[in-house]
Design a protein around this ligand. Structure first.
Ligand code: NI
Length: 139
């Protein structure tokens, strides 16, 4: 085992600790290891997809964060050919959720997903897609 130290926002750590408590974890280190594995598996799953897909990207962001709305709009305009529709939900006073329906090459959709993930002010991005490898024009 290698020992690391890291800085985290207070709220993130307390949210994480609450999850660990709910799940009856005895050790925070084990919780972090499991969370990291989950992150890696999700990334690998996303990378294993091929071809054309229909999917949904869910984005949660803090609309008080300066520039985040403009950045998200810019990225989405860049990928307008893959975006069929989007819905904006004012989730809480602070947070907005955008649900974006995408359709096209998985490589491009992945690129879009990761660009949004890297934006400052964006808290959460998740791509879900049809699980099977069926082609879109099968019926
Ligand atoms: Ni909003």
């Amino acid at each position: 085992m290698i020992r690391i130290s890291m800085s985290l926002p207070k709220k993130l750590l307390s949210d994480f600790d609450n999850v660990l408590k709910d799940r009856n974890y005895q050790s925070r280190s084990k919780g972090i290891r499991d969370a990291l594995k989950d992150y890696i598996v999700r990334y690998q799953w996303m990378n294993a997809m091929e071809g054309d897909r229909v999917g949904v990207i869910t984005v949660i962001y803090d609309h008080y964060y300066t520039g985040v709305m403009e950045d998200l709009a810019e990225v989405q305009h860049e990928y307008r050919e893959q975006i069929n529709a989007s819905m904006h939900v004012h989730m809480t006073k602070e947070y907005c959720m955008e649900v974006i329906v995408v359709n096209g090459s998985v490589n491009t959709i992945r690129e879009l997903t990761e660009k949004m993930m890297r934006l400052k002010g964006v808290d959460h991005v998740r791509l879900t897609s049809t699980a099977s490898g069926e082609s879109l024009d099968s019926d």
